[in-house]
Design a protein around this ligand. Structure first.
Ligand code: GLU
Length: 443
């Protein structure tokens, strides 16, 4: 079984989504189940409702799960595993106070040596009322594993000293809960962010101590860097999946982008089901990748182009294919649904003719042409049928020529002084002329 294990402690980051996508793809390729495990053990950091938000995002991206578990429901199993480890002498109670450990850390700093927990400290601070934590005995030998992206990794015993598996209040730590659950659900392969590399030897040690010798495969994904080259943090709005969706990036484009980051793909534009055919985690580059919003914009445009007019109209909350068609035409100059919505809004909003367009004012000409166009619409002139005759009649009735005709025409029809070829746009706006021809009141 494969799993994705989000913590309900914040917004879904694109790095998390990337891990979810890869775990999902591998599950499909191996014909195995896909589990979602909500890692809600850090009770103080859980945010109400984040679990539902994460599930809604996964659903929207088509990452459908076969099983869903909340890690806190498995506390009873984590406890019985911890009791087993204590009975076997592989884990022990530790009564060290925070102050005591802090003192030892300061000592190590002043001696310029790495801080290591010493098992002989466990009961030094023991008081009748004190609540102990439970620690797993540190590694005796090297812990090794092969990572599909990073290659062979080794951790010396000194790097894995006895670490906490149950806190004072009996709540399991992330490493313990995670290692137990991966064992309980028979997880075969784990894709996650490289910030977890140092956790992996601890999780392997937990499983070994529990007598579990199944070899789990690992792939730790390189971090995603922001445009500035630093680690992409929660403060970069583009790192939030919800933000990208709000901007009008399509799930299929975001997915296409996340799969192609630091990867060699057989085609540039693809769907999730196509990626399932050829995806190979070992092709993912070791080095960190920069988040490139320009590339995402390009992919978004390409995926929008693949939609037909009625699909496009629905994304713009309209049932009218002409609106879908107007949206599609604007892909020449816009890349997200929001940008396209803005352009369509400009077409239908009352036109601001008083302002300057590229340092020029066409107020007088707009007014003259407006009267002519309204007249043509009122009498339902035959010339409205196609752009050529529409343009010719409007030109002759208004007595305007060249730029003084074309700029006002564009402003009155689109709210902008430049943009798409009007002859291409006209057939789709022809039946909306009554709604489109409005002038903004003077303030
Ligand atoms: N809850 C962890 C996270 O969101 C899961 C890491 C893992 O996949 O083990 O980073």
């Amino acid at each position: 079984m494969l799993r994705f294990a989000p913590s309900p402690t914040g917004d879904m980051h694109i790095g998390n989504l990337r891990a979810a996508v890869f775990n999902y793809i591998i599950a499909k390729q191996k014909n195995e189940k896909f589990l979602i495990r909500i890692e809600d053990t850090d009770l103080s950091r859980n945010i109400e409702g984040k679990d539902k938000e994460i599930l809604a995002i996964l659903n929207l991206f088509g990452l459908l799960w076969d099983e869903l578990v909340y890690q806190s429901h498995n506390f009873k199993h984590h406890h019985s595993f911890a009791e087993y480890l204590i009975r076997e002498g592989k884990a022990f109670y530790c009564y060290c106070t925070k102050e005591f450990l802090e003192e030892k850390k300061q000592e190590a700093i002043s001696k310029k040596i790495a801080f290591r927990y010493d098992d002989s400290w466990a009961e030094l601070e023991k008081r009748p009322s004190a609540k102990p934590v439970v620690r797993l005995k540190g590694a005796e030998g090297f812990v090794r594993f092969d990572d599909e992206i990073k290659g062979h990794l080794e951790f010396a015993p000194a790097e894995i000293d006895s670490f906490v598996i149950l806190r004072e209040d009996g709540v399991p730590t992330y490493n313990f809960a995670c290692a137990c659950d991966d064992m309980i659900y028979n997880i075969d392969f784990i894709v996650r962010g490289e910030d977890h590399v140092s956790n992996t030897p601890k999780q392997i040690l937990i499983q070994k101590s529990l007598g579990y010798d199944k070899k789990i495969g690992y792939a730790h994904l390189p971090i995603i860097l922001g445009e500035s080259g630093g680690k992409m943090s929660k403060r970069d709005s583009a790192s939030s999946v919800s933000w990208l969706l709000e901007q009008g990036f399509l799930p299929q484009a975001i997915m296409n982008y996340l799969i192609s980051m630091g990867n060699k793909t057989p085609t540039e534009i693809f769907t999730l089901s196509e990626a399932i055919e050829w995806f190979d985690i070992t092709n993912i580059a070791k080095s960190p990748v920069k988040f490139d919003i320009k590339r995402l914009r390009y992919l978004n445009r390409e995926h929008l182009k693949r939609l037909n007019e009625s699909e496009f109209a629905l994304l713009l909350q309209s049932k009218d294919m002409s609106i879908g068609a107007i949206g599609k035409l604007h892909l020449e100059e816009a890349s997200t649904l929001n940008e396209i919505r803005e352009k369509i809004d400009l077409i239908f909003k009352p036109k601001d003719i008083a302002k300057h367009y590229e340092n020029e004012n066409f107020e007088f000409e707009c007014q003259e042409l407006f009267k002519v166009l309204i007249g043509m619409v009122e009498v339902d002139s035959k010339a409205l049928n196609d752009y050529e005759s529409f343009k010719n009649e409007a030109m002759s009735l208004s007595n305007l020529k060249g730029k003084k005709f074309f700029k006002p025409l564009r402003i009155l029809l689109t709210g902008q002084s430049h943009g798409l070829d009007l002859s291409v746009l006209y057939p789709y706006i022809r039946f909306y002329l009554k709604e489109i021809l409005h002038i903004k009141d003077k303030q």
